[in-house]
Design a protein. Sequence first.
Length: 509
Amino acid sequence: MSLAVVRSRALVGMSAPPVDVEVHLGLGLPAFHIVGLPEAVVRESRERVRAALLHGGFDFPNRRLTVNLTPADLPKDSGRFDLPIALGILAASSQLPGKALDDIEFVGELSLTGDIRPIRGALAMAAAVAHDGEGRSLMLPAANAAEAALVETLCALAAGRLTDLVAQLRGTAAFERIDPARPGQGNEATGAGHFPASEIDFAQIKGHDQARRALEIAAAGRHSLLMLGPPGAGKSLLAAGLPGILPPMAGDEALASAAVTSLGGRFHARDYGQRPFRAPHHSASTIALVGGGANPRPGEISLAHNGVLFLDELPEFPRTALEALREPLETGRIALSRAARQIELPANFQLIAAMNPCPCGYLGDDRCRCPPERVRRYQDRVSGPLLDRIDLQIQVLPVDEWTLTSPTPGEPSAAIRARVGAAHDRQLRRQQQANAALGPAAIDRHCPLDPDALALLHTAARRLRWSSRALHRTIRVARTIADLAGRDPLTAADVGEAIGYRRSLRPEA
């Protein structure tokens, strides 16, 4: 046999289109060519595959060898094609029965010694094979088995070495099947997973009553939150306690977050079912934050999908990076366009941010020496359109020494988490989504206002000159406040509290 075809998968964003690896042994001087729009790392497969075959005791054909990756107009990257290329060579040189490859798709990178190394995006590929693979199995590295196990409808196989896989395909050894499982998953009846882990319990946080309340509202409705206050006031500490009060993830949310994490090559089975909490440093570039690159990869906003993105020292981030957050905050997705390809990634993250009121951080205190112009330039690093997209905006002031040294602990995270979970369940039963995601039509349907609440809302919108976006976001926050209290119609108290969270955080210098 001089021609063999092995099925594999490419990776374009969250999709994994099929790729046929065609291997042909022809006459002529010995050569090894890979065609079909391969990038440098794929062209380097020639050396890895040759060494892996020879180290495994196989014959490398001393003939003209051509590998075609089809469709030819789809860019191919990564070392995931090493394994199908090696198997195609073995089948084309009659060292492996070609029929053994018919019902299986193969992905995996080879080491020079024949070890099958893990790849990124295995979960996306497993889901694609289960969806459109026409009943075929997927053979992937053993290190990616935990990811493939999440796709319950897939027949997934694993191997750790090329020699072991060839023995399985020849029928002299049994295939190692991956049992469907959901590592880290909790109550399957409700779809609820683990609560996120947090090193900070709210019992350790003393004082900050308004900030604690704002974080509870943010957690219950998945609202964005900005905290402004001087250095050492407790902004970062409060944000660190947020994961411990977030509602659990539903099964589809956990799978979607795991798929994005797998795409970035950072999947760990122990983290499955826990909401991501990403906290990039303020030196992060625009590409690091929103994603991109020559071969577009997910950025922090996608890695925080269905979780939290915490931006400390918000004005210190590059202005272009902050402005790039505006569209994902509205749509929950990010579109990355490059000359060679365009991809769309999920980015349904909850933004939690913190900033100082001025460069020195002590605006309004006798320690501040910042001139008004410098204060204005510092605050203007966060644009009005971005602030308009943040639901809750609060000031965090230092706690006095008497409260800090008091032996009385604050309310523990477990108690707050119980209220948050009840409010979250109430939202899902009513509208199948969190309050922060409600559109205008859903707001009209699910956010009834009593007459006093409506009058108060109209007065605030007129006096504060709100945009339509600010008005709708205030109603969503009021809806969450009512859900925490177990009420249906929104009262003037709910709306009044929500209005208090949208007052300007820019005091006059």
